[in-house]
Ligand binder design. Sequence first.
Ligand code: PMP
Length: 360
Amino acid sequence: MTRKYNFSAGPAMLPQEVLEQAQAEMLDWNGSGMSVMEMSHRGKEYMSIAAEAEADLREIMAIPDNYKVLFLQGGASSQFAAIPLNLLRGKESADYINTGAWSKKAIAEAKRYCSVNVASSSENSGFSTILPFESWDTNPDAAYLHYTPNETIGGLEFPWIPETGDTPLVADMSSNILSRPLDVSKFGMIYAGAQKNIGPAGLTIVIIRDDLIGEAMDICPAMMNYDVQAKGGSMYNTPSTYSWYMAGLVFKWIKKKGGLEGIGEINQRKAEKLYTAIDNSDFYKNPVDKACRSWMNVPFTLANSDLDGQFLEQASERGLVTLKGHRSVGGMRASIYNAMPEAGIDALVQMMVDFEKENG
Ligand code: PMP
């Protein structure tokens, strides 16, 4: 068996130890005589798996007691609608920050429910930088401010957290949750699709402060209602049981890696290695302002885009796969989430050096 270094933006690599444990427990979880996939979500065994996953996530992220953690379905994309449906709380308008493709999707969906004030947009710079907070045109009556701390396609990541005062801060952390330490208390709500740093697709994590729950609009579907889901322990209906279990295994793996401090150090080193390789060459280029470069998604272009196909082919021969950039930007993109081993970065950098020697 050969495992490849998979640079996919998501679903992405999972830690090998986690996959091996899931494999070992596949037919018989902990003497239960059944696979986790076959368990009733309301049974004693599964309830213990679910509770332990939540407790581990709370520990890793140091989530304060006045926050609920929900294990939902529908992807981060469902949250684009659920957020205004739950968080407008009688207000008419919400602030949004536009830093790229995922911000835009969140904005488009929110516009169906409220008036959206785009308080800052990086569009004029081709989404290559983040404008300073002082320049943002925020509305003091906004129900909340939504932003995308890490834009998965553009590779643009906030190096700071906006200080929005009394306006609840809502963050789509789909592609950078669990990548470094974070002060959860600065946020009203954090959400993320699981398929990058958490586990398999089909699970969406919502971390939300208690006081923001309970004033959903009447038209809000029960499945999207945070109050309903919080009261029902995220089991208003059958949750994504297996993904929730796998997420629990990933949380334990993060604890073994030294928690978010440990993971953050590794991630910083991995990202720096790759950006240094790009910056040290005239052949590769990353367009993002150095201060706002993502630790998780590293887009880069070759000096001659006619060589893109050849680059991808040679990378694939070395077991480096899914490096093709998003169709909207072209070039390459290396997504280097928590589970991408440092050896995968080293192999990519070596390949880039060799390819430049032959073609630069
Ligand atoms: N937001 C961001 C930042 C993402 O990267 C993605 C998925 N790539 C989404 C939202 C959409 O997530 P999902 O597919 O879980 O709906």
